[in-house]
Design a protein around this ligand. Structure first.
Ligand code: SAM
Length: 244
């Protein structure tokens, strides 16, 4: 997978992209991430990327030309690499809400372009004629799209086949199954008088799997009952939940 990120603050990505899963994914060549400063696609002496909003008001608005040119340059460079049209995703508090399902959908693409807005946001022509998708990471306003792009890229990259080692798996993660994940424990078996549940020490994989499913169901019922309406539940799951 290739991810191109357009930003005015490429330095914000350096540490994140050189650490942990991102580092491993790029070293193993499962993922290539390019960060571009779209200020480089300006042609005036001052490299202007923003301007006052028409109609007045506070703040500055990102001009359309550098963003259109940057996306064009990436598409020209990658022409012929993939058959699908490349999703051009604008990070925006007004976009569709990001979720594990959206991450899984994006992880099936071979190429993504992420645009980070700033200031008061971007000229609406970018929204209407350049972006093919708008994604919000939550109902709050960040000062720029950089942190949102990192969140999206992280959640997507860990779902790309081969990125997580066999020691880590996304299969049982919260939301992947439609439920929250079961509780996890590690050594020591007892700490300050708090014990690890006996069942996890039993070595009986069938009983452990059943216990984990129950815990995931009960935890979801307690913390996020809204998820149960959409979860894929067996008859046994439903019986268990009805007793609670
Ligand atoms: N004036 C805009 C509005 O009210 O919708 C908010 C602009 S915000 C200060 C600047 C940039 O941060 C946005 O263009 C977007 O790229 C990014 N951003 C802010 N909140 C975000 C969120 N919840 N999810 C994704 N991106 C966000």
């Amino acid at each position: 997978m290739r991810i191109d990120i357009l930003t005015l603050f490429p330095e914000m990505f350096a540490c994140v992209l050189n650490t942990a899963i991102f580092k491993r994914a790029t070293e193993r060549e499962n993922v290539r991430i390019n960060v571009h400063n779209f200020r480089e696609y300006t042609h005036d002496r001052h490299h202007t990327v923003d301007d006052y909003p028409y109609g007045g008001g506070a703040g500055m608005v990102l001009k359309p030309e550098p963003l259109f040119e940057a996306v064009d340059a990436i598409k020209t460079e990658t022409q012929g690499e993939g058959v699908q049209p490349v999703p051009v995703i604008l990070l925006s508090p007004q976009g569709r809400l990001f979720s594990q399902q959206v991450a899984a959908e994006l992880a099936r693409q071979s190429h993504l372009i992420l645009i980070c807005g700033h200031y008061e946001g971007v000229d609406e022509r970018v929204v209407e004629h350049l972006a093919t998708d708008e994604i919000s990471i939550g109902d709050y306003v960040l000062s720029g799209g950089e942190l949102a792009a990192m969140v999206v890229a992280d959640a997507v990259v860990r779902l790309v086949p081969g990125v997580l080692g066999s020691d880590v798996s996304a299969i049982d993660d919260s939301y992947a199954t439609g439920l929250l994940e079961y509780p996890q424990y590690t050594r020591p078996p007892e700490y300050q008088g708090w014990s690890v549940p006996e069942v996890l020490l039993s070595g009986n994989h069938a009983i452990i799997a059943r216990w984990r499913r129950e815990q995931a169901l009960f935890r979801t019922l307690k913390r996020r009952p809204d998820l149960l309406d959409r979860a894929n539940l067996s008859e046994q799951d439903k019986r268990l939940l009805s007793k609670k």
